[in-house]
Design a protein around this ligand. Structure first.
Ligand code: ASP
Length: 602
């Protein structure tokens, strides 16, 4: 039986005169001489409990109440009564009543907490993480976890109603390439061999399609041993989806309906479907990134034409074709009517902020009255080039144009992509978390390959199971033109954040083998790592494709919070530590010897 008749968030005027029993944590205690008041808290809310020595049986209870301290867990019984005139708290559901306690039991005492739960206290996050179970008592974190639960529930119901079946796949498995390092687990029964924790259930969900499951999903745990960049976690959860016999558009429609359902249920917002679509190339050339925030403009403008015959050495070399026949570009971002807001120092700062992307310099042009152009490089601009800039960009007085010229197109675009975000933030164009409209966008036709200069070979941009677009299929099989090859790969982006990625897969063994070859993976290596998969593809494989959405990011957006650890019950630090349990930790020598392992620390 329940220990309590009601929760702490339930009682109101309707319950006046009722005898009730509540359980919870003591949140605030006020001793007004004769009367003691406490706020009793649980997940559902707060109820005021009063200990009045003049009530029947009240005296001994009052004495016990004198011992209560913050965070004690109590059981109490009493009658609901109206709060005295003028003492009601309109903001609280339970604000009009209080419980006059006649029976009290202290279920457990609490040491003084290492930090205050209430208020915006400046407690170091390391302390909060060490005592995560206490931090979890805060309403904000509880709300986030409850939202996460609701999101998962909605997703399950939605996908179930569309014929998807949730299938659990193993955690002890084999390496699944998603571009990160694997976490490996030594096998005791087969000494010297290892399992890998799945970076995602990629091959498994494809094998389920071969197994005829047709529509699969899983709330799937994924593990990636990366040097953790900001706001990444070594283990995280995906809504992992795979379908057979469905086009890209068919899959998009399912995902759009799922997102619109979530936005309606969680935020009570209507989102417009279908979402916009944009190719990777267009996204890069207009926004300098593959996850553009469409809530503001400041688009990249290509003005290479204006300077096609420039005498300025920087421009000339940018536009000179390289040995591989490619030339760079001169592009920029126009900040209309705000030139006077940017001092010399501001402009220098902008340049150093984007220098990591490899641009040699950020060139600025300010427009003065009478459309006179002011720039450190103005002496290199001919009159017709100046006029070309004015007409092409439709310049007005007090406009600022920020330019980058480079022989590598990606340097120009990525630098300007970063600059666009910095300018957006500086000009107040980017709404805070949870504010502003939701601009969903599909980015399609990602490149199939990425060339790694250091390793001197191609990598799969998404993963090696992604198919090339039909137009590039012949070249793909002939290992030609890999650099310019598009993939049937897509991302769903929302307000500058990647929500999920997926692709239509290769479903023929010979094409999959060609993919490994194009990636420079030898036949032996492919057989060793993916032999089972290549074989499986030979027994009748349906065309299939899928996607995976990161739950933490999705829930963080729906909760209007920034860091993903705020929507995880027990997150790890940037160094992959769980400060609460102090893991990872050493193991006993016996455990190592059972595994046949010796530790040799470098
Ligand atoms: N396995 C992929 C990932 O984790 C998603 C997919 O292609 O379905 O990004």
């Amino acid at each position: 039986m329940e220990h309590r008749t009601h929760t702490c968030g339930e009682l109101d005027k309707k319950h006046i005169q009722e005898e009730v029993t509540l359980c919870g944590w003591v949140t605030k205690r006020r001793d007004h001489g004769g009367l003691i008041f406490i706020d009793l808290r649980d997940r559902y809310g707060i109820t005021q409990v009063v200990f009045d020595p003049t009530l029947l049986g009240g005296e001994s209870v009052h004495e016990l109440a004198g011992k209560l301290r913050n965070e004690y867990v109590i059981w109490c019984h009493g009658k609901v009564r109206s709060r005295p005139e003028g003492m009601a708290n309109e903001k609280l559901k339970t604000g009009a009543i209080e419980v006059a306690c006649t029976k009290l039991d202290i279920l457990s005492e609490a040491k003084t907490l290492p930090f205050l739960l209430e208020g915006d206290s400046q407690v170091a996050e390391t302390v909060r993480l060490k005592y995560r179970y206490l931090d979890l008592r805060r309403k904000a974190l509880q709300k986030n976890l409850i939202t996460r639960h609701k999101v998962i529930l909605e997703v399950r119901n939605f996908l179930d109603s569309h014929n998807f079946v949730e299938v659990e796949t193993p955690i002890l498995y084999k390496s699944t390439p998603e571009g990160a390092r694997d976490f490996i687990v030594p096998s005791r029964l087969n000494q010297g061999t290892f399992y890998a924790l799945p970076q995602s259930p990629q091959t498994l969900k494809q094998l389920l399609m071969i197994g005829g499951m047709d529509r699969y999903f899983q709330i799937a745990r994924c593990f990636r041993d990366e040097d953790l960049r900001a706001d990444r976690q070594p283990e995280f959860t995906q809504i992992d989806i795979e379908t057979s016999f469905l086009s890209e558009e068919g899959l998009f429609a399912i995902c759009e309906n799922m997102m619109s359902k979530l936005w309606k249920v969680i935020l009570n917002q209507d989102v417009k479907i279908p979402f916009q679509r944009m190719s990777y190339k267009e996204s890069m050339s207009r926004f300098g990134c593959d996850k553009p925030d469409l809530r503001f403009g400041l688009e990249i403008q290509d003005i290479s034409q204006v300077f096609a015959n420039s005498s300025f050495q920087v421009f000339q070399s940018a536009l000179t074709p390289t040995v591989r026949g490619k030339k760079g570009s001169i592009c920029g971002i126009l900040v209309p009517g705000q030139a006077e807001k940017f001092s010399r120092k501001d402009l220098d700062d902008l340049q150093s902020q984007i220098s990591v992307f490899g641009a040699k310099g950020l060139l600025w042009v300010k427009v003065q009255d009478g459309l006179v152009l002011k720039s450190p490089a103005e002496k290199f601009f001919s009159d017709s080039e100046k006029q070309g800039l004015i007409t092409n960009l439709n310049l007005k007085p007090n406009d600022l144009f920020l330019m980058i010229a480079d022989q590598k197109d990606h340097v120009v675009l990525e630098s300007l992509g970063a600059l666009r975000l910095i300018l957006g933030a500086r000009l107040g164009l980017i709404p805070a978390h949870g504010q502003g409209k939701s601009e969903f966008l599909w980015i399609t036709r990602f490149p199939l390959f990425e060339y790694d200069e250091k390793e001197g070979r191609y990598f799969a941009k998404h993963h090696p199971f992604t198919s090339p677009v039909p137009e590039h299929f012949e070249d793909f099989m002939a290992a030609k033109n890999l650099e310019n090859m598009d993939a049937n790969a897509y991302d769903l982006v929302l307000n500058g954040v990647e929500l999920g990625s997926g692709s239509l897969r290769i479903y023929r063994s010979d094409i999959q083998a060609a993919m490994f070859k194009n990636l420079g993976i030898s036949q032996e290596e492919a057989k060793l790592k993916f032999g089972f998969f290549l074989e499986a593809l030979q027994y009748g494989t349906p065309p299939h494709g899928g996607i995976a959405f990161g739950i933490e990011r999705l829930v963080a957006i729906l909760c209007g919070v920034g860091p993903i650890r705020d929507v995880m019950a027990f997150p790890k630090t940037q160094k992959g530590h769980c400060l609460m349990s102090e893991s990872p930790s050493t193991v006993l020598p016996e455990q190592l010897s059972e595994l046949g392992l010796n530790i040799k620390i470098k």
